[in-house]
Design a binder for this molecule. Structure first.
Ligand SMILES: NC(=O)c1ccc[n+]([C@@H]2O[C@H](COP(=O)([O-])OP(=O)(O)OC[C@H]3O[C@@H](n4cnc5c(N)ncnc54)[C@H](OP(=O)(O)O)[C@@H]3O)[C@@H](O)[C@H]2O)c1
Length: 302
């Protein structure tokens, strides 16, 4: 399937990779942004982001908007977290609702996050697992509920529960490299927590795969088939960088440094992408070793 694809959050880390792959696959990409931008590269047209955006002519929409949560969770920021997720999804519903039934896009992929599962120890989590507890789990549940309301307007809705996305331009990976460069790499907290990671290329490719599977709807875990415990992730990253990973960071230090966000880093989510595996998605980077080898080979970070 290809045609006209709208990406909300197209200027972001994941949005840029999705736009690149979609354009390469023959989609005409329309980006939505709060900032005026000139068409360039993969994004053929930019459209204005409004209370009820203009989605005319689009076959599919992917919503990747979201104020980053890797910062201190002040009350003001918590309002931004909600508005940029639930509020944005509600505005997408308003934009789709303005169109006549036959003019509506046939599919919406709405971002969500593995944070919906909360902190679950060694439990294997697939899309049928119940949501967990805590601030992020509640936020993701409300975000997915808002996406479900779009399904009532006609489009097939996929809720993409995104894991920790690894890419050269991504905050998560960049921040992981900093302590190693300083020789200060080490496990976080006990190191026993499971990390559901995914290479950004696989994430974007899997979203396009999901758009093309007309029978697929509902929740989809966007993470690799081999999550890693933090201690193993740290060891493998240290080995790939040829830097020691000997200095553990205690949970209490993380909490002092990062506030509530430390809870996200210390939470354990052993997530399996069952829906993607059952729907014949081929991961180019199924193992962390393959992902790190790709990401560190062509970057200047080693
Ligand atoms: N990266 C990860 O590891 C990860 C993990 C789990 C979930 N996710 C989720 O995946 C989505 C994309 O992540 P990312 O890493 O690509 O984020 P990003 O680089 O921070 O980009 C987010 C985009 O959202 C748009 N945006 C922010 N607030 C908005 C608002 N109030 N209204 C409309 N647009 C808004 C921005 O577009 P403009 O400034 O151009 O308007 C920006 O380009 C987010 O929802 C994030 O929570 C990411």
């Amino acid at each position: 399937m290809n045609g006209q694809l709208g990406i909300v959050g197209a200027s972001g880390f994941i949005g840029r990779e999705l736009a690149r792959q979609a354009a390469e696959a023959g989609w005409v990409v329309h980006g939505f942004s709060r900032t005026e931008r000139a068409a360039s590269g993969a994004i053929a047209h930019w459209r204005e982001w409004t209370e009820a955006p203009d989605f005319a002519g689009l076959d599919a929409i992917v919503n990747l908007a979201g104020e980053p949560v890797n910062q201190r969770w002040t009350k003001a920021r918590q309002r931004l977290f909600r508005d940029s997720r639930i509020g944005v999804t509600e505005r997408i519903a308003a934009g789709i609702g303005r169109l006549s039934g036959s003019g509506r896009p046939s599919v919406l992929v709405n971002a969500s996050a593995v944070g919906i599962y909360g902190n679950r120890g060694d439990e294997l989590l697939d899309e049928s697992s119940a949501p967990g507890c805590g601030y992020l789990a509640d936020l993701c549940r409300d975000w997915e509920d808002a996406a479900d309301r779009v399904a009532e307007l006609g489009p097939r809705v996929l809720k993409w529960r995104i894991g920790i996305v690894l890419g050269r331009d991504g905050d998560a990976f960049r921040q992981m490299l900093i302590p190693f460069r300083l020789g200060l790499g080490g496990r976080l907290g006990s190191g026993q927590q499971w990390m559901p990671w995914i290479h950004v290329e696989d994430l974007a490719a899997s979203i396009l795969h999901g758009i093309g599977r007309s029978g697929l709807h509902g929740a989809v875990n966007g993470s690799s088939p081999q999550p890693e415990r933090n201690i193993d992730f740290t060891r493998k990253l240290g080995a790939a960088l040829r830097r020691p990973a000997l200095l553990p960071v205690p949970a209490i230090g993380l909490r002092a440094l990062l506030g509530d966000f430390a809870g996200v880093i210390l939470a354990s989510q052993r997530v399996i992408p069952r829906v993607l595996l059952e729907n014949e998605f081929h991961f180019r980077y199924p193992t962390l070793e393959l992902a790190l080898s790709d990401l560190l080979t062509s970057s200047s970070s080693s």
